[in-house]
Design a protein around this ligand. Structure first.
Ligand code: ATP
Ligand code: MG
Ligand code: MG
Ligand code: MG
Length: 490
């Protein structure tokens, strides 16, 4: 099956189960202070789960473009290095929104489990012995019960040796500190060869970051509401929220060992390989660079098409960082000294025709923005790399250390436009690191300097520039409401 057919089979299957197929929401989130980018299919239905919006359809399915590069879900460091985490990916999903009283109304664990099994084993024909399922094992400390109901339902279809308990981290989903939550059941596929399987039991590799035993589908059963005092209340209307990684599913069905070997990524990888004159699959370093480029251009293109331009602020800076990361990989490992990434945009637009038409309708604009960004960063990239090399050499010579001084990392950002995570990555490639404490001090000093410089003396009072003109330079690992935003003046 081609990727296109696989996507369509998912949507048609749930349509045949009376689901209403809806379009993907944009990848850029505009009206939610807790989220910058859509990171799961359920985001666009949040108000329904919270009971703050009217339910129009009880059963819904779609493919949602997602981005996981910030906040609670940040997979950026894995991308390209492993072969199954992407920045931008499609999440196929089916939902049930409460209210079993309506015709073709809501459903819960029984139907969700039966249908996910039917789809995977009868429509997609994945051999049953390759599949493992998990259920929530309970958590005594938290007063959470084991999900016996899910276990018993799975037992009708799956051999007990392939039904595994999972902890709160992997198998209990919560929207936040309060609100809807519940146990989940995940489906994992063991794609190893028979020889590999003979060595270790697949069950021990589930949720263990094994590159060939991967999670494909999460089925969340929202049955509780967590109150402010921490206690759990049963929800009057229970919901189902599922998410399946499309690129992972395609890899399983096309019997590949990497998502990048499927027809989702190969056209781009082959184009990059041809233009660089380097074959994919010959060297791990150049392979990673090709994977990163093929991955990152998707994130960049969809974010721009959905209305967020690269900039020095918040979401705009997140996307600029990703773009610069891709440009540096192309420049250093594949010798692309001229702008190149933008040439991938038409390929991508063609690929997503009739799936996400947003890209094709704005193809020229997106390509132009990417080109401009590339031109701008390529002006300082070489000098920045040379500076970085000199500073690393100096710390080796004078301090016998592979730690880049914080001040140098700051200089790289301030003068050459190297985002700190790029400098970190470059230091790591040399087996070193960056003195982050020093970097933060330099950043703070700069902030104070520019604050002082822009303080306007008006006699009886002073006006200090507000953060609106600040440049976003860091983004920590928590959701935006709790994250530490680090600003400096432009
Ligand atoms: P993982 O444990 O592999 O990081 P997850 O548990 O974080 O995945 P969920 O939040 O459960 O993922 O999302 C539902 C599905 O989306 C996953 O089962 C997986 O197939 C897919 N998925 C999650 N993150 C990514 C990603 N970065 N790239 C591609 N697919 C992903
Ligand atoms: Mg994850
Ligand atoms: Mg997981
Ligand atoms: Mg999961």
């Amino acid at each position: 099956m081609t990727a296109k057919e696989i996507r369509q089979a998912f949507l048609s299957f749930f349509e045949s189960k009376q689901h209403h197929v809806v379009p993907s929401a944009p990848i850029v989130v505009k009206n939610d202070p807790t989220l910058m980018f859509t990171n799961a299919g359920m985001n666009q239905f949040k108000d329904l789960f919270l009971g703050e919006a009217a339910i129009k359809y009880s059963r819904v399915a779609d493919t949602q473009r997602c981005l996981r590069v910030s906040g609670k879900h940040n997979d950026l460091e894995e991308v390209g290095i492993d072969t199954y985490h992407h920045t931008m990916f499609e999440m196929l999903g089916n939902w049930s929104f409460g209210d079993p009283a309506r015709p073709a109304g809501g459903y819960f664990k029984k139907e969700a489990i039966a249908w996910s099994w039917e789809l995977l084993t009868e429509v997609y024909k994945i051999p049953k012995d390759k599949l493992y399922v998990t259920y929530f094992e309970g958590d005594e400390k938290e007063g959470l019960e084991k999900d016996q109901e899910a276990y018993d339902l799975w037992k009708q279809y799956v051999d007990e040796s392939h039904i595994l308990p999972g902890n709160k981290k992997d198998n209990f989903w919560e929207m936040g500190d309060t609100g809807p939550c519940g146990p989940c059941s995940e489906i994992h596929v063991d794609c190893r060869t028979d020889e590999e399987k003979a060595l270790i039991d697949g069950a021990t590799l589930v949720n263990a970051d094994h590159p060939q035993v991967i999670e494909i589908w999460n089925n969340v059963f929202m049955q509780f509401n967590r109150l402010k005092n921490g206690s759990l209340q049963s929800l009057p209307a229970k919901h189902v929220d599922t998410g399946m990684g499309f690129e992972r599913l395609v890899r399983v069905l096309q019997e590949k060992t990497s998502n990048y070997d499927t027809d989702v990524f190969q056209p781009m990888i082959q184009f990059i390989a041809e233009k660089s004159g380097i074959k994919y699959g010959t060297d791990e370093k150049t392979d990673i660079a090709m994977r990163v480029m093929a991955d990152h251009i998707r994130a960049i293109s969809f974010v721009i098409a959905d209305g967020q331009l690269p900039s020095n602020n918040k979401a705009g800076y997140v996307i600029r960082r990703i773009l610069r990361r891709a440009v540096r990989y192309a420049y250093t490992f594949l010798d692309f000294k001229e702008p190149f990434l933008n040439q991938l945009v038409p390929l991508l637009a063609e690929q997503f025709k009739a799936v996400f038409d947003e890209l094709i309708s704005q193809q020229d604009f997106v390509q132009k923005v990417v080109l401009e960004e590339e031109v701008s960063f390529l002006k300082t990239l070489e000098q920045g790399i040379n500076y970085f090399e000199r500073q690393m050499l100096a710390s080796k010579m004078w301090a016998d250390s592979s730690v880049l001084e914080g001040g140098s990392a700051f200089f790289l950002q301030d003068t050459y436009g190297f985002p700190i995570d790029l400098t970190n990555l470059m230091a790591m490639e040399k087996g070193g690191s960056v003195d982050m404490a020093g970097f933060n001090i330099a950043l703070e000093e700069q902030k104070n300097r520019s604050r002082a410089a822009t303080t306007i003396d008006t006699g009886d009072w002073v006006v200090v520039n507000t953060d609106e003109q600040s440049e976003f330079v860091g983004y920590d690992d928590l959701e935006i409401e709790t994250e530490i935003l680090k600003y400096r003046k432009v």
